[in-house]
Each structure stands twice: as C-alpha cells, then as structure tokens.
Design a protein around this ligand. Structure first.
Ligand code: T5A
Length: 208
C-alpha cells in the first residue's frame, strides 16, 4: 500500500509557518487527500504536556531541553506519525527535527554529534519527504510575531544573536539535505510565498 507523504514546515519565529500550514491544509482538502496536522513539540497527550513545560515552564538546562524535545518526538513518531503514514495518510508537521538542529544546535550551541545520535536513535531511517524552510531576516520574523497578540514563550525571550544562529542553523541543515529541503523566501508577499508552496505540492502529487 502507498504510504502517506510526510511534510514538515520549518523556520524561525514569526516567519509564517501557521499561516502557510493553513494554506497547505486548504490545498490538500480541495484535492481530497487524507491528512493529519500535527506539531512539535507536542502532537500527543504526553508531547503537549512536555510542550507546556518546555515553552512555559521554569528554568530548564540546555541538555534537558534537548532531551525533552527528542522525548516528545519519540512518542509522537510511535503514537501518531508512523501509524498515519502507514495508513496512507499524509502528515503535515509544524516543526520537526530540523528545529532541534537550529534551536538547540545553532541557538544553544550544543554539540551536533549528540543531536545526530539522538536523531538516529529516535527516527532510525525515517525522514520527511519534503521540508519547507520559510526563511526571512530575523527582524522580519520578529516584527511579524510581535504584531500578533499571542502568548509569548520561554524561547521567544532569547536574544537577536540567538535567532541569527537559529536561522543559520536552518540554512546549514538545508545545505546538508538539499533533496529534502525547499527554501522559500518568506519575506516575499504571501501570494508569492504560497505560489511557491503550491509548485512543490504539485510536484509531490502530479496526478491530482
Ligand atoms: N523548538 C521547537 C525548539 O527549540 N526545538 C525543537 O526541536 C522544536 C520542535 C515552538 C518553539 O519551540 C522551539 C521553537 C519555537 O520557539 P511554535 O509555536 O511552534 O513554537 O513556533 P513559533 O515560531 O513561535 O510560531 P509563530 O506562531 O510565532 O510563528 P509562525 O507560525 O511562523 O508565524 P505566523 O504564521 O503566525 O505569522 C506571523 C504573522 O505574520 C503574517 C501572518 O499573517 C501573521 O500575522 N505573515 C505575513 N505577512 C506578510 N507577508 C508574509 N509573507 C507573511 N507570512 C505571514
């Protein structure tokens, strides 16, 4: 049986992930493609509890943060992502392991060998089919994030230098995995961003 496609959406704060995930949902629904939408950290009951601690809890040591991200991911894969893909359902995931490389690897400057080892442990050979990287200058994302009245979190309180390293971390991952990544210039007006996303989606299922 055909497995579903695994699509991840990545990028720094405020670049437009939620906005464009809504667009991807509409695109798939219009073509009657079965999908689930999920997110990291989170996606399961345990993962959402870990998300609350990670984003809104008290002080967390950097290594603890790294391990909790992967703990949530291990549960997410076993409980939700792998069963959906096996059933032929597409999985649209708001952030995945590339965020760990960008934030804990780039932002927190943790040893990338530890991240590689955890990725291998938790994912084995599973990787997304396509990763959209919404890329924009840090100031653009920050200004957009501030323009919304959401609940701010522990990681959003980091410095500009931290978010510059996060952006560089994403671009480094994209350079290492060019077949999987599609880098989208998220500083462009939304219709242009979404036209680029549509082109990639059409390429994933040319018969619909
Ligand atoms: N994290 C996560 C780690 O540290 N390690 C990990 O392993 C993982 C998985 C999660 C946090 O956890 C960290 C990273 C994060 O700090 P989150 O809620 O998933 O947090 O992520 P946020 O980045 O906080 O998400 P945001 O909701 O802030 O940003 P979005 O979803 O990227 O942005 P969005 O779509 O809400 O857009 C922001 C505003 O910009 C406008 C939108 O209309 C909206 O008002 N906009 C545009 N305006 C003009 N032109 C465009 N092209 C636009 N696109 C969007």
């Amino acid at each position: 049986m055909q497995t579903g496609k695994f699509i991840t959406i990545e990028g720094a704060e405020g670049v437009g992930k939620s906005t464009n995930i809504q667009h991807i949902q509409n695109w798939l629904s219009a073509r009657h493609i079965p999908f689930i939408l999920t997110r990291e950290p989170g996606g399961t009951e345990l993962g959402e509890q870990l998300r609350e601690l990670l984003l809104h809890g008290g002080q967390i040591a950097d290594k603890t943060e790294l391990l909790l991200m992967f703990a949530a991911r291990a549960q997410h894969l076993e409980e939700k992502i792998k069963p959906a893909l096996a059933a032929g359902t597409w999985v649209i995931c708001d952030r995945f392991t590339d965020s760990t490389f960008a934030y804990q690897g780039g932002g927190r400057q943790l040893n990338l060998q530890w991240l590689n080892a955890l990725e291998n442990l938790v994912q084995e050979t599973l990787q997304p089919d396509i990763t959209f990287l919404l890329d924009a200058p840090v100031e653009v994302g920050m200004a957009r994030a501030k323009s919304r009245n959401g609940r701010s979190d522990r990681i959003e309180a980091e410095s500009m230098a931290f978010f510059e390293r996060v952006r560089a971390g994403f671009l480094q991952r994209a350079a290492l995995h060019p077949a999987r990544f599609r880098i989208i210039n998220a500083a462009e007006p939304l219709p242009l961003v979404q036209a680029e996303i549509d082109n990639v989606l059409v390429g994933l299922c040319p018969t619909v």
